[in-house]
Design a protein around this ligand. Structure first.
Ligand code: HEM
Ligand code: HEM
Length: 132
């Protein structure tokens, strides 16, 4: 499947999960606020932007995507990182194990974001003019 569509599908799934969690939090006071917030903001909002961005930004710049391989790596790191964050964030104050989990999965999420920025920045930089 095309990388933009992979991100779009993931985004739609996180929207379903995140907003359902929000409704569950309304009726039952579970400590899910940070998971809900990140599933919706990284999962739904950012993943949709990553997907659309990979497709459109190189088109706007009149260039090609710098690396499809990096985009695939970002996709997996971003998803594993987010799922790990969602499970560990609510309980990181209560146990060192959860804190360690948040640090590991948070670092994965951050690395994935850095990869996106690098890949897009390299993609939309204008090609160097050939000296005549
Ligand atoms: C069915 C839809 C939703 C429901 C029922 C819902 C419900 C909730 C509830 C109960 C809280 C906790 C509020 C508190 O205790 O202070 C919350 C927090 C939050 N929600 Fe939602 N939510 C929904 C959709 C969304 C969406 C679509 C987004 C973002 C795209 C979002 C982003 C957030 C954020 C960022 C917080 C944390 C706010 C803070 O830091 O105080 N929510 N939501
Ligand atoms: C790169 C990985 C990220 C890590 C490791 C991370 C980590 C955290 C942590 C530890 C908190 C405090 C939660 C608490 O007090 O219980 C937090 C809060 C928050 N973060 Fe992130 N974050 C990340 C990315 C993002 C991104 C990309 C967004 C928005 C697009 C975002 C939006 C928020 C919001 C709105 C809150 C307040 C939500 C709440 O009240 O629970 N975060 N984040």
């Amino acid at each position: 499947m095309e990388i933009s569509l992979k991100f779009a599908w993931a985004s739609l799934i996180y929207l379903l999960i995140g907003s359902t969690m929000g409704m569950i939090m309304v009726v039952d006071s579970l400590p899910f606020t940070p998971s809900h917030a990140h599933i919706l903001l990284i999962g739904f909002v950012s993943m949709m932007i990553f997907g659309v961005g990979y497709h459109l930004l190189p088109v706007f710049a009149g260039t090609d995507l710098f690396s499809l391989r990096l985009a695939e790596i970002q996709f997996w790191l971003q998803n594993i990182g987010l799922i790990g964050l969602a499970f560990t964030l609510p309980y990181r104050y209560t146990s060192h194990n959860y804190l360690l989990g948040t640090i590991i999965f948070g670092s994965m999420s951050l690395l994935a974001i850095y990869i996106f920025v690098y890949n897009i920045a390299r993609s939309i930089m204008p090609p160097k003019e050939v000296n005549k």
